[in-house]
Every structure is written in structure tokens, then in C-alpha cells.
Design a protein. Sequence first.
Length: 365
Amino acid sequence: MKIIDLFSGCGGLSLGFIQRGHKIVKAVEIDASIANTYKMNHPEVNMIVGDIKTLDGAGIFKQGEADLIIGGPPCQGFSMAGARIRNGFIDDPRNYLFKHYFNVVKTVRPKAFIMENVKGILTMQNGKIFSEIISSFSNSNLLDGYAYNIHYKIVKAVELGIPQKRERVIVIGTLKNGYDFDFLWDKTILDIKTKLPTFFYPVTVRDAIEGLEKPNDMGIVKKNKAKSDYEKHLEGALPVLYNHIQTKHSAKALERMKQIKVGENHEILDEKIKSVHSGAYGRLDWDSPAPTITTRFDTPAGGRFIHPVENRTLTPREAARIQSFPDDFIFYGSKSSVCKQIGNAVPPKISYFLSCFIENILKGD
């Protein structure tokens, strides 16, 4: 398949499709630092660094150039307030990111699209936002006479052999009708189990990161022999691992972390911690999945991201492993950019599954 990746980030959603042998013909990312990580790992892809607002309508996208469009327009701008009274959901300027994703689908007219977003989009404004999104892609009047058959599913990372409790909504639209979505979803699971028997095995934090060398100031360590099935799945061709550098915590933060045991968080401290996250200063459990990896995994106030036995937060390489990035995927840029890249990414194991699934849907087309 030929694929366009919109809002591509560092390339987590692209990666699973690339691993399946598909071609990303274009990727779009507004942040130059994040786009650089994508380009360094996938130099064969035409990476377009720019704002989709200016790219949409500039003649960059052509009808028929891709079989599939993937991506997840950020949901922060979505709004319904007064939309029906004024110009409708699509034309409301607050929904511009979705509008431009929609416009690219309309222009290219792919056989299918995959849109990923946070689970909360299902209940935003009492479900009205999600309903409008589904209706927009199903409306032939908005799409010059054609419409997409829409399905969606809440995907739980732990059910796909990923050691974190991440949940995301996946919306899949196809021009093809008459297939059994749930049957093909189950068939995809069986297909992968046949080829990769350990793919769906439950994975813990221990399986993901215990085998790593201790981090250092350079962030480059030797790669140990993989012990867990999960480590074997992530093995790459490089003899060393990159991005394994720990945060330099303040003396106060270190003292707090020393008091935290597995299963505990800031609530056991004698002081009140200012944090928007209820799990602040939480310590990870070796034998459980991690919580959702966010862009703040490097700070103890950001959530349950303290190493199971060491008094530090996760390194970028540890977070990347929990996200299911292979060990030879290298992240570039400043510390804050790298954390953003990893925390916002779609886990590659999810994209690998989605690639297999969409192949089953489009088989015969």
C-alpha cells in the first residue's frame, strides 16, 4: 500500500506499516525537531515539515496518490458550541486540524483512512464531537458524492503485548462495504499469532527494561542479550542502545523518591506536592504494566514514572521500550523534544496490528 501519514510525530504510527513492507509516500509534521527524528529513522520517506493549514489547498496532495491515510489530528481544538448555528462542524475554525485531515482525505480519496485519538474524544461535549466526526466522513454531500463506511474501536495496548495501560480510539473508514469488522479483527489476531506466537503475550515493566544496562551521561550503552520475548521482539541491528540517559533530579526530588515504595505515590510524603497528576511521585511495579507513557515521564511529578528500584525517573530508552519502539529507533533533539516524541507516539506494535488488519479488510480490492 501507498500511505500518507498526517500529524506524523516521530513516526510511531508509520513504523508498523513500514515493518509490514508498505510505502509511506508522504509524512507531515509541523515540528522540525520531531520531523528530524522521523527523517533520520526513515530517510526514504518524503517528510514535509509544515503546518497542515498552509499545506491543505496548496496542491501538495493529489487524488489517487495513496491507498491509505493515517494520523491523529490533536483533539484540543475540537468544539461544537454554536457550530450548527453558524457554519457547521467542518467549517468551524476551532476544528481546523480535523478539517484539514478531512480535506486531505477528500482530495486524495484513499481506499481507507485510520484516525487515532485519545479515548476521551468519545465523550467530549456529551459525544457530539465524535458523532460529528463520524457523520462528516459518512456524508456523500461533503465528499463529492462518495462516503466512507465507518467503524471504531477502543484499542488497549496491554491486549497487544505492550507493557502499558494506554487506551486509544481508532477510527477506520473504508470505501469498501459488506465486510464483518469484528470477524476480521479476530482473524487478524489469529494471523499474527500464527506468524508471531509471542506477540500478544502479557508484558510487564520487568520484561521491557530490566535487561538494560544502567544509564550514563552519554546516553549510549552496550546492548545486552535479550532475555524476555518482548526484548527479542524489539531487537534491532545496532550493537549499542541510544537515548539511555537519566534526568538529573534535584536533591529535594531525590529525597522524596527515596521514601516511595512500589505502589505508593506522593500521598505518603509529609509534604503536599503541587501536581495535576494524581499519581505524582509514583513508583513503577516490576511485575505490572506501566501507566500510559506521557510527555512528562522524565519528571517524578508527572505521574507514576519512578524506576521500580532506582531513585530516578524513566530514561527515554526505557520509555521507548514501554512504548514498543525497537532498540535501533533513535530519537533526536533536546530532552523536552525527545520526551514529547515518545509520549505522543502511537506504539509501533499497535500500528503493526493495524497494518495487518487493514490488509485483511482491503484484500481483493
